[in-house]
Design a binder for this molecule. Structure first.
Ligand code: ADP
Length: 304
């Protein structure tokens, strides 16, 4: 059982020739809207892997909110604790996708940022009944800290994906985190140690332990993932594929891993291998939610 506390964003994908200059008015090629947000992507990945998945989050009473709610329900994510905010709109990401493939993103937190500690009390059942609680940084830090506190009191394993990267994470939150999963950039922003060779990854793990987090996985894109847990450390290579769009690679990894971890970390290498495999499928498809595979597709990929 996985519970995700996180963001629900409508992704507005603006297809543009190039970024406009200050003061310029420019025509777009196209504009499309799709369900997204780190929390939503991770929950869908966990649910597609077969985990009973619950969501704690918020939407506005608007069209984007309906889209996000339906996207979760269609993917068998339990929506009981998705709160409908009356004063605030659904979170949105404006993704400016240029002809040369580069992207620039503006985020409007909206309802995601309006979640409160009181909402965690309302949703406490979803947290205390889970095996694993996952959160990111697209919802308020004090809300995450409250949820992790409740999780730890009830023996729930806590996973923090510190994204988007954030400096000065409260020590209290790190102290309540069982496993932190940053990518290379996020790890460096938190520890100040650049991720390059094995020694630098070990140095990151030591730093995270000093900060009160006993277990670490750093995802390093096409290379794979480094892990350092209370049981040992190592590197699990990624699968070699032709990547066309890496959107949601990290989210697939985290959602899948959450679905694979039992309460102890003894199966971590297998869980990472499976998660690398799932993400390698995501990067071969366009978009966020549509490219996240299900359990059978990941299994089948191992057999080919
Ligand atoms: P994020 O999307 O958060 O930046 P990463 O880029 O580190 O995260 O990717 C997460 C995981 O996705 C990696 O650990 C790896 O398993 C997989 N992955 C990412 N890019 C590729 C790629 N080009 N080829 C194969 N697997 C990839």
């Amino acid at each position: 059982k996985v519970t995700v506390l996180g963001s629900l964003n409508a992704d507005a994908i603006l297809h543009i020739p190039r970024l406009p200059k200050q003061g310029e008015t420019m025509a777009m090629h196209d504009a499309t809207t799709a369900p997204g947000g780190k929390g939503a992507n991770q929950a869908v990945a966990a649910a597609r892997m077969g985990a009973l998945t619950q969501f704690v989050g918020a939407i506005g009473e608007d069209q984007n909110g309906i889209m996000m709610f339906e996207a979760m329900a269609d993917n068998k994510v339990n929506t009981t604790h998705i709160k409908k905010m009356t004063e605030t709109g659904t979170g949105a990401a404006y993704i400016m996708l240029e002809d040369d493939g580069s992207n620039t993103i503006l985020i409007h937190g909206g309802a995601n940022q309006a979640l409160t500690v009181a909402d965690i009390e309302t949703a406490s059942e979803a947290i205390t009944s889970a095996d694993v609680l996952v959160a990111q940084f697209e919802t308020p830090l004090d809300v995450t800290a409250k949820a992790f506190e409740l999780a730890k009191q009830n023996g729930v394993f806590t996973i923090l994906n510190p994204a988007p990267a954030h400096k000065g994470i409260p020590a209290e939150l790190l102290g309540l985190t069982d496993l932190i999963i940053p990518n290379e950039t996020e790890a460096e922003i938190i520890t100040g140690i650049e991720v390059t060779d094995d020694a630098s990854m070990e140095a990151n793990a030591r730093k995270f332990r000093e900060l009160g987090v006993p277990n670490l996985i750093i995802t390093v894109g096409a290379r794979g993932a480094y892990y350092s847990t209370v049981n040992g450390a190592g590197f699990v290579d990624a699968f070699k594929v032709n990547a066309v769009d890496t959107t949601a690679a990290g989210d697939t990894f985290i959602g899948t891993l959450s679905s694979q971890l039992e309460l102890d970390l003894s199966n971590i290498v297998e869980a990472i291998r499976f998660s690398n495999r799932a993400s390698s499928i995501t990067v071969q498809g366009a978009g966020a939610l549509p490219s996240i595979p299900n359990y059978d597709q990941v299994k089948a990929a191992f057999e080919n």
